[in-house]
Ligand binder design. Structure first.
Ligand code: ADP
Ligand code: MG
Length: 346
């Protein structure tokens, strides 16, 4: 997918006679005092410019929250927006990661789907790096499930899972791997699923680690249970930047979201990261013995959590499986499943 994007951009830029303002270029990197367009004319595509939002045009209001890569503000840019300001590490050389980031940003504009957050643009002039998206109005699935302890009936879980599969299937068809699918990145707006933060994981390379919030291994709480075995096996201290993410690892993460919807908690709940890494890397899965759900529902979980990535279904397949779930049996299964403990798991 990446190479297709590169080619797209290249073709566009070669044809474009427009010179561009502050879009990053190899030259600009070395000397940001000069306007890049002086010395690097016609090299950047018009298409790239469209997504380069001048930082000064953004109005920032209050902080909504802080995540691993940056701080999210409620903002205004031709209407209400969410602005994710990345915590850029000023001391590092950003050359390679910034290029990667720009290519990825160029792919986001290709996303037009009901179940994906609207990508509006980005500020890509270091040290000001920001992602601007539409402002999600509802709450995240994480807030529903883990903070408010809202119960999702099996039927509602299926509807939510179908919408996630639809959005993810679209994303994958566009060649974008999410890399950070989790309930914190899925909003529910009046029953409609909106997925956020797709493809942003690589910006960690530009950012300060937010280790203060994690544990000794620099692992943010609640992250590990989304990682497929092959990612667990690749985990090294500080090396999480080079994990071999793929469409199949997104499917694994979807399995975990499916589990959270059904059980109201994370898999491997309460276990230390070292134990989770060891188990998942060896192919041990969260037991489903205590889970009161139909065979079909558990089968989906087992398929998504398959040890070998090649055995995991893709999203179109998941979607048709979800659509085929017998409604009658769904109706008979308990409206919320067992052992929903009240412990807060941030
Ligand atoms: P995380 O996803 O790990 O919670 P983020 O940095 O992505 O960390 O988000 C920080 C906070 O901003 C979270 O509370 C998140 O729900 C909120 N947020 C992120 N994107 C949006 C958006 N597009 N609209 C509204 N709130 C958002
Ligand atoms: Mg997020």
């Amino acid at each position: 997918a990446r190479s297709i994007v590169d080619k797209d951009e290249l073709t566009a830029s070669n044809k474009s006679e427009m010179s561009v303002r502050s879009v990053g270029t190899p030259l600009e990197r070395h000397d940001s005092r000069h306007d890049a367009s002086d010395r690097w004319p016609r090299q950047n595509s018009l298409s790239m410019k469209e997504w380069d939002i001048p930082y000064d045009e953004l109005k920032l209001f209050e902080v909504i929250g802080t995540g691993r890569f940056g701080t999210v503000y409620r903002g205004s840019w031709h209407g209400a927006v969410a602005v994710k300001l990345l915590h850029v590490n000023a001391l590092s050389d950003h050359t390679a990661p910034l290029d990667t980031f720009k290519h990825e940003v160029a792919t986001f504009r290709k996303t037009r789907h009901e179940n994906l957050v609207l990508f509006m643009g980005a500020c890509m002039k270091p040290p000001r790096l920001a992602i601007v998206t539409s402002l999600c109005k509802g709450m995240t699935l994480y807030t529903h499930i883990h903070l408010r302890k809202d119960k999702f009936t099996a039927n509602k879980s299926v509807i939510v899972a179908q919408q996630i599969s639809q959005g993810m299937g679209y994303l994958h068809a566009r060649g974008i791997v999410h890399k950070d699918l989790k309930t914190k990145n899925i909003f529910l707006e009046n029953g409609k699923v909106v997925i956020t933060d797709f493809g942003l994981f690589s910006v960690t390379k530009l950012c300060f680690g937010n280790n203060a919030r994690g544990d000794s291994l620099g692992i943010p709480p609640g992250w590990l249970c989304y990682l497929a075995p092959e990612l667990h096996r690749a985990l090294r201290p500080i090396a999480s930047l080079h994990l071999p993410f793929s469409k199949a690892t997104d499917v694994y993460a979807f399995g975990t979201v499916w589990y959270e919807l059904l059980c109201g908690e994370y898999p491997f709940k309460g276990q230390p990261p070292e134990a989770v890494i060891w188990q998942v890397g060896k192919g041990v899965k969260q037991s489903l013995n205590n889970m009161q759900a139909s065979r079909d529902i558990k089968d989906i979980l087992m398929l998504c959590w398959a040890y070998r990535s090649s055995e995991r279904p893709d999203f179109p397949h998941l979607l048709s499986t979800l659509e085929k779930l017998p409604r009658k049996r769904l109706a008979r299964s308990p409206s919320h499943p067992v052992h929903l403990s009240r412990s807060a798991d941030s």
